[in-house]
Design a protein around this ligand. Structure first.
Ligand code: SF4
Length: 617
C-alpha cells in the first residue's frame, strides 16, 4: 500500500521479544496513521480495568502517510497510551525527525508492551533492531541521554526520543522528549515509559517509502508549501515564534493570568516573542524536519542565575511560567523551560501546578513549612525554578504537585478545588475560553482532557473559515451560537492532521481539501475533503468510546469554575462562555446520547460497529 510501509513492530519488554506484524489495510485506509491508527489498536489492546502503570498499558508510537518524504511540516510523530495523569486516552504529537526515520526504517508504528526488569533502550537501524542496556544512561537528563546513545551507536544521523529523570521517577507530568527539545507532552506518557524501564528509542532508516505518483507528489509539496508561505501567520511565526501571541495578549485577553483570575497584566510585552527576538534570541534553531514555518527559537543567556543556551520557550511556556505566575522575567522562563526539557517535564502542566501552588500559598492553604522555606509569592522567579526541580525530583511539595492540580487539590482540600484549573485531570493550556468561546466546548470534550490541539480552534475562532466543513464566514469570538459546530469541525479536521501527521500551524492555509489531495497522492486511495473529515470524525468517536469504557460520561464534559467566572479586568471582562448551550449544540451535531456516548447509529455510520457491544451492554 503506497504511503505506508504496512509494518508494525511489537516489542514485549517483559520477554524481550521483538516481532514484526502486518497492519490490516483497512486500519490504514480508514484511520490513517498517528493518532487514528493508535486508537484503532489501543481500543482493543489496553484493558480498561487495570492500573495505568500495569504492564498491560501500552505505548503506541506511530507515523502517518505523509511522513518520511519531505512533505511540509511532516516531522511529526505520535505517541499514545492510557494517560498516567488523567487515566483516560492520551495521544501526543511531537516534531523532529523520528517519524521520518521510522518510515524509512520500514515501519509505520511501534507498540511497546510489558515491563523490562532493567533499564533498556530500543535501537532500530533499518532492519537491525535490538534492545540495549540503558543502565549507564538511567538517571541522565535528556540531552546527555541522547548524546550518549548517538555516541554508543556511532551514528551521526537518526533520531532519538527519550525520557528524563522525571519519567524514570514516574512523575505524572513527565514527557517523552524527541530529539532533545521537542515534547510529547500533556498527560505523562514519559511516566509510563519510565515504568517500563524504557529510557529511549533510537531510530535510523534510509529506505525511501513509496508514494503512488512521484511527479504528483513533487507538485503537491510545491503547492502546499506555497499555501503555507502565503499565510501572514507564517511570517510572524518565523520572525517571533509562537510567543508572538503573547504580544497581543493585552488586546485578545487570551493569555491566562494569575492562575486564570486576572484579565490583564502589564507584563505581557516583557515576555513576548518580540521581546525575545530583541534580547535573548540568537538565531533560529533547527526547525522541525521539512518545515517552511520555522517557529522554533534558539536562545542564549550569557550570565546571571539563568544562564543557559538552547531551545527557547514557546507561547505555552511563556504563559505557564510567565503570566500564570505573574512572572515578567523572560530569562527565568527560558531557564524553567530548559529545565523541563532536560528533566522531561510538561511545561504547561508544570507551570500550571506552580501557579496553583502560588494561589494556595497566598490563601494560606500551604505555608513555607510545606515548601521547605520557599516563599511561593507571585512572580518569585527563584521559587518557580526551585519548584520545577522539586517536581522533577519528587521532593517535598513537588511530589504532590507532580501528580497534577486535580490530585493536589484533592489532597490539600480547604477550597483549593475552586482554583485547580483542569478538565478530566489535565491542566488547561494557555488559551482562555473567555477570549475565544470556541475553546469552551473544545476543552470540555477533547479526548485527553483540556486540550487546544484536539481542536485548534484558535486558528478559526474570530478569524478563520473552513468552507469544506460549512464554516463560510469567521465567527465572532464571543458568539453565543455556533461554537458547538466550530469545536466539532475543527476537532474532526485536527484528528486527520495528527493522523497524517503534519503540524497544526500549517492549517492556517491548508484545509481538508488540500490535505485530502496530498493523502490521495501519497496513498493512491481517493480521498476528498468530506472523506477525510469523516475519517477525523471516526477517530474522534473511537477515542471517545475508549474514554466511555473508562467511565467518562456527559458529567465529565465540563470546565472548571474559575474559567466559567469572568476575569477581573481585561478585554474579556464580563464574557463567560455559555457552555451548557454550546454542549447541547455540540452533542446534537456529534450524534451523542445524553449520557455522553456516541449513539449506536453514529457508531454504525462511522464503521465503528465493533464498539457497540462494549458501550451498550
Ligand atoms: S511550525 Fe514550528 S512546531 Fe510546527 S513543524 Fe514547524 S517548526 Fe515545528
Amino acid at each position: 500500500m503506497y504511503g505506508f510501509t504496512g509494518n508494525l513492530l511489537r516489542v514485549d519488554l517483559t520477554s524481550a521479544k521483538i516481532t514484526r506484524e502486518k497492519i490490516p489495510e483497512d486500519y490504514l485506509r480508514d484511520f490513517l496513521g498517528g493518532s487514528g491508527l493508535a486508537a484503532r489498536y489501543l481500543y482493543n489492546e489496553i484493558p480498561v480495568e487495570e492500573d495505568v502503570f500495569s504492564e498491560n498499558n501500552k505505548l503506541f508510537f506511530s507515523a502517518g502517510p505523509l511522513n518520511g518524504r519531505h512533505f511540509p511540516t511532516s516531522g511529526r510523530c505520535c505517541v499514545a497510551c492510557r494517560s498516567p495523569l488523567t487515566g483516560i486516552w492520551l495521544d501526543s504529537v511531537w516534531s523532529g525527525k523520528f517519524s521520518y526515520n521510522l518510515k524509512r526504517a520500514g515501519l509505520d508504528a511501534i507498540i511497546i508492551e510489558g515491563k523490562s526488569p532493567q533499564p533498556v533502550y530500543l535501537y532500530i537501524n533499518n532492519d537491525d533492531i535490538q534492545l540495549k542496556d540503558a543502565s549507564k544512561i538511567w538517571g541522565k537528563v535528556v540531552s546527555e541521554t541522547v548524546l550518549n546513545i548517538f555516541d554508543e551507536c556511532g551514528h551521526t544521523r537518526g533520531s532519538c526520543c527519550a525520557i528524563g529523570p522525571a519519567g524514570e521517577k514516574l512523575v505524572k507530568l513527565a514527557n517523552i522528549m524527541g530529539d532533545t527539545t521537542r515534547a510529547a507532552g500533556r498527560g505523562g506518557a514519559g511516566a509510563l515509559m519510565g515504568s517500563k524501564k524504557l529510557k529511549a528509542i533510537f531510530v535510523y532508516g534510509d529506505k525511501e517509502p513509496a508514494v503512488s505518483d512521484e511527479e504528483k507528489w513533487k507538485e503537491v509539496i510545491k503547492e502546499i508549501t506555497k499555501k503555507i508561505n502565503e499565510q501572514p501567520v507564517t511570517k510572524s511565526l518565523k520572525a517571533y515564534g509562537t510567543g508572538v501571541a503573547m504580544a497581543a495578549a493585552s488586546q485578545t485577553g487570551d493569555a491566562p493570568t494569575k492562575n486564570w483570575k486576572l484579565g490583564t497584566w502589564d507584563g505581557y510585552s516583557k515576555i513576548s516573542g518580540i521581546t525575545m527576538a530583541q534580547t535573548i534570541l540568537r538565531k533560529h534553531s533547527s526547525p522541525c524536519h521539512a518545515c517552511p514555518i520555522h517557529c522554533a527559537r534558539y536562545v542564549e543567556i550569557d550570565e546571571g542565575p539563568y544562564a543557559m543556551k538552547g531551545e527557547g520557550p514557546e507561547y505555552e511556556a511563556l504563559g505557564s511560567f510567565g503570566s500564570m505566575c505573574l512572572n515578567d522575567n523572560l530569562e527565568s522562563i527560558a531557564y524553567a523551560n530548559m529545565l523541563c526539557n532536560e528533566y522531561g517535564l510538561d511545561s504547561i502542566s508544570t507551570g500550571a501546578a506552580i501557579a496553583f501552588a502560588m494561589e494556595a500559598f497566598e490563601k494560606g492553604i500551604i505555608t513555607h513549612k510545606d515548601t521547605d522555606g520557599i516563599q511561593l509569592t507571585w512572580g518569585n522567579t527563584e521559587a518557580i525554578v526551585a519548584l520545577v526541580k522539586k517536581i522533577a525530583k519528587q521532593e517535598g511539595i513537588g511530589d504532590l504537585l507532580g501528580q497534577g492540580v486535580r490530585k493536589a487539590a484533592e489532597v490539600l482540600g480547604r477550597g483549593s478545588e475552586e482554583f485547580a484549573v483542569h478538565v478530566k485531570g489535565l491542566e488547561l493550556p494557555m488559551h482562555d475560553p473567555r477570549a475565544f468561546f470556541g475553546y469552551a466546548p473544545t476543552y470540555a470534550t477533547s479526548p485527553r482532557g483540556a486540550c487546544h490541539l484536539h481542536g485548534y480552534v484558535g486558528g478559526y475562532d474570530g478569524r478563520g473559515v473552513m468552507p469544506e466543513a460549512g464554516l463560510i464566514e469567521p465567527q465572532d469570538a464571543h458568539a453565543l451560537t455556533g461554537k458547538g459546530f466550530l469545536a466539532k469541525i475543527v476537532q474532526d479536521y485536527d484528528s486527520v492532521v495528527q493522523s497524517s501527521i503534519v503540524c497544526y500551524f500549517m492549517t492556517y492555509g491548508v484545509g481538508p481539501g488540500d490535505l485530502a489531495k496530498a493523502l490521495s497522492v501519497a496513498t493512491g486511495i481517493h480521498y476528498d475533503a468530506q472523506t477525510v473529515l469523516k475519517i477525523g470524525e471516526r477517530i474522534f468517536n473511537l477515542q471517545r468510546a475508549f474514554n466511555n469504557r473508562l467511565g467518562i460520561t456527559r458529567k465529565d464534559d465540563t470546565l472548571p469554575k474559575r474559567v466559567l467566572t469572568s476575569t477581573e479586568g481585561g478585554p474579556n471582562e464580563g464574557y463567560v462562555p455559555n457552555l451548557e448551550e454550546q454542549l447541547k449544540e455540540y452533542y446534537q451535531l456529534r450524534g451523542w446520547e445524553e449520557d455522553g456516548k456516541p449513539s449506536k447509529e453514529k457508531l454504525r455510520e462511522l464503521g465503528l460497529d465493533f464498539v457497540i457491544g462494549d458501550l451498550y451492554v
